[in-house]
Design a protein around this ligand. Structure first.
Ligand code: C5P
Length: 287
């Protein structure tokens, strides 16, 4: 049997996201705290003569497996960077909703780079690898790094934050897409100041307090494009033991923070009993 290598493309969560400015090329400058959830898509790669991609999973049907797919663009970019002529059969199991503010395509691209570096036994210089990641998408570098980090610039400045208190997450998506470019375009008003902290919170209550004085600046524009996002935020905030409810990235996925897995699971059941057509997953902030 051919050897295959699997990597989880973990969901990326923005615990806060401040838009601090705009570059001449239209990209926005950000200050954000990014963490990863234990749940995600799965990338599996095995040796082959050519590059190919197949897709399954609950959200696989909405995706094209053509050469414009970010996974194939990542694979082709890595092959060019390494100057090799290798191929690979790549399989993506799409568990996360599309265009939903939790990494998705960016995490898949980063997991593809990690899996193919193992398969092809290559180790490109870190700077060149992260350059490739940034060219694939603004969130790909932090997904490739994979650690909870403060992130600046348009996504390329990554400062790992060190240990955070144990925390559980409820992710809820109303299955409405809020495309990132449209959300940034709908943003109005002043820019925010960066809001990093110098001492990590000791427990989840302190974490929630630190986060409460920060925001996701894309919340208002996401609600403008998809008013149901406000309903999702209210539903999460109303669950027992919820420490904080917030939008991730450009949405439409929102998250709640809880102290225990049981609390996050109970909140998931409560929300799905009211909104059977929403997507909801209880998970953990990855260590
Ligand atoms: O880099 P990526 O393809 O993920 O970005 C998608 C779009 O989101 C960009 O074309 C841009 O409109 C917007 N964006 C932005 N500022 C960022 C990241 C994304 O304006 N820092």
């Amino acid at each position: 049997m051919t050897k295959s290598i699997s990597v989880t493309a973990r969901a990326k969560i923005n615990l806060y996201l401040h838009v601090t400015g705009k570059r001449a090329d239209g990209y926005h400058l950000l200050d954000m705290l990014v963490v990863f959830a234990a749940t995600g898509d799965e990338i599996r790669v095995s040796a082959a003569d050519d590059l190919s991609l197949s897709i399954d999973g609950p959200f696989g049907a909405g995706l094209s497996a053509g050469s414009d797919n970010l996974v194939l663009r990542a694979a082709a970019g890595l092959r060019d960077l390494a100057g090799i002529d290798a191929g690979a059969r790549i399989h993506l199991t799409k568990n996360l909703p599309l265009a939903s503010g939790i990494g998705g395509g960016s995490a898949d691209a980063a997991a593809t780079l990690q899996a193919l570096m193992q398969l092809w036994r290559i180790e490109p210089p870190r700077a060149a690898l992260f350059d490739l990641a940034a060219r694939l998408g603004a969130d790909v570098p932090v997904c490739l790094d994979g650690r909870a980090s403060f992130v600046g610039g348009i996504g390329e400045e990554i400062a790992p934050i060190g240990p955070l208190p144990e925390a559980y997450l409820l992710l809820v998506n109303p299955l409405v897409e809020t495309p990132t470019p449209a959300v940034f375009k709908a943003r109005t008003g002043d820019f925010s100041a960066p809001a990093r902290w110098s001492r990590n919170p000791a427990n989840i209550q302190e974490l929630a307090t630190q986060l409460a004085s920060r925001r996701n600046d894309l919340t208002a524009p996401a609600i403008k494009l998809a008013p149901v996002v406000a309903e999702v935020l209210d539903a999460i905030a109303a669950t027992p033991d919820c420490q904080l409810a917030r939008l991730s990235g450009s949405g439409a996925t929102c998250f709640g923070i809880y102290e225990t897995q049981a609390q996050a699971e109970a909140a998931r059941s409560a929300i799905l009993s009211q909104h059977a057509d929403w997507w909801a997953v209880a998970t953990k902030v990855a260590a």
